[in-house]
Design a protein around this ligand. Structure first.
Ligand SMILES: *Cc1c(COP(=O)(O)O)cnc(C)c1O
Length: 388
């Protein structure tokens, strides 16, 4: 899977986002990879495929363009695109694990990831154990006890914005014969490249920053070395949770502007976090960019900037948090994140309702913001009036 004449390793991130996997169309010169809206391909005699394309569940050129671009952005050997982030996770675990295998998951894993392990994979014999991954000794002990096949990490985490040390987790995983999988959805490859820090596989919900415009659901896996590529391609094709060509195209269109969008997301989020930190109605602000954040130094060592997600707790408790969510006008009440528009949500009742009653339950006075790329002054004014 090389991308034509470009030597991606020599090119900067922004250049790869726009050109990797996206050579002008050989037939017409179209600068943008076409939407190959086709299910099948004419063969020049039986088995005589053109470029290996035979059926679009197996491969489609628009999807190939996205996959090559994502591999280049994460400095990986191969990438696989899926119909959603959850489909990518499911494909990965069912490829790597067998009944009896164990996975260490974050103590505050994304709710959908927890639900996949707890409600879908566990009945098929794949066990999981939540561990607070900011406590590296606890991870090491759990890995020694449970001999997991995978250590699954997220950083920063959702919605508590904890930062975990990818280099240290990779060392622990490899010492115990496990693979380190990092869900890099919150940071995006522009801010953080887990494979460069020692992780084996990166997971994305491309629905979020990579797509970036809240108009498409998608997921991806990126591998550091091609070792698992054959098995993953097999499961991807056998189970079929692939994105359609238009979804792949929309995601790739979003990826082109990832770097400029992330710069603005980060700048706006830093201003929002600073304003909230000084506000009397706010009990605490969870943002890795704040010097008082427990993961600030680790974030500095493994991220380019601190991202666009900000969570905060209301001094007056849950009812007030719910009220603030109802009072913002620019911050739209909604799940998801990573789009150009700002969103606000109440994790305990919305995105993380599926972990209620479990050890992953989130505080009821918590609000999560996905800070968009609007005018920062407008965003601050909106939050201040909602907190009044
Ligand atoms: C949204 C999300 C997912 C799931 O992705 P979908 O595209 O919604 O299936 C996984 N991990 C994280 C961190 C997410 O935010």
């Amino acid at each position: 899977m090389s991308s034509g004449q470009l030597d991606n390793e020599k090119l900067g991130f922004e250049t790869r986002a726009i050109h990797a996997g996206q050579e002008p169309d050989p037939l017409t010169g179209a600068v943008v990879p076409p939407i190959y809206q086709t299910s099948t391909y004419k063969q020049d005699g039986i088995g005589g495929t053109r470029g290996g394309y035979e059926y679009s569940r197996t491969a489609n050129p628009t999807r190939t363009a996205l996959e090559e671009c994502l591999a280049a952005l994460e400095n990986g050997a191969r990438a696989f695109a899926f119909a959603s982030g959850m489909a990518a996770e499911d494909c990965l675990v069912r490829t790597l694990c067998r009944p009896g295998d164990r996975v260490l998951i974050p103590g505050d894993a994304y709710g959908g990831t927890f639900r996949l392990f707890d409600k879908v994979l566990q009945p098929w014999g794949i066990e999981h154990a939540p561990v607070r991954q900011t406590d590296l000794d606890a991870v090491d002990r759990a890995a020694a006890d449970l001999r997991p096949r995978i250590i699954w990490a997220e950083t920063p985490t959702n919605p508590l914005l904890a930062v975990v040390d990818i280099r240290a987790l990779a060392a622990i995983a490899h010492q115990h014969g496990a693979l380190l999988v990092v869900d890099n959805t919150f940071a995006s490859p522009y801010l953080q490249r887990p494979l460069d820090l020692g992780a084996d596989i990166v997971v994305h919900s491309t629905t979020k920053y990579l797509g970036g415009h809240s108009d498409v659901i998608g997921g991806a896996l990126v591998l550091k070395d091609p070792g698992h590529a054959h098995a993953l391609a097999f499961t991807q094709n056998a189970t079929g949770a692939v994105p359609g060509p238009f979804d792949a195209w929309l995601t790739l269109r979003g990826v082109k502007t990832l770097a400029v969008r992330m710069d603005r997301h980060c700048a706006n989020a830093a201003r929002v976090a600073a304003a909230l930190a000084g506000h009397p109605a706010v009990a605490s602000v969870l943002y890795p960019g704040l010097p008082g954040h427990p993961g600030h130094e680790i974030a500095r060592s493994q991220m380019r900037d601190f991202g666009g997600m900000v969570s905060f707790r209301l001094a007056a408790g849950e009812d007030r948090a719910v009220e603030v969510c109802a009072r913002t006008q620019l911050f739209t009440l909604g799940e998801s994140l990573g789009g150009v528009e700002s969103l606000i949500e109440h994790p305990a009742r919305m995105t993380h309702a599926s972990v209620a009653g479990s050890s992953l339950e989130v505080p009821p006075d918590l609000i999560r913001l996905s800070v968009g790329i609007e005018d920062a002054d407008d965003l601050l004014a909106d939050l201040l009036q909602a907190l009044e």
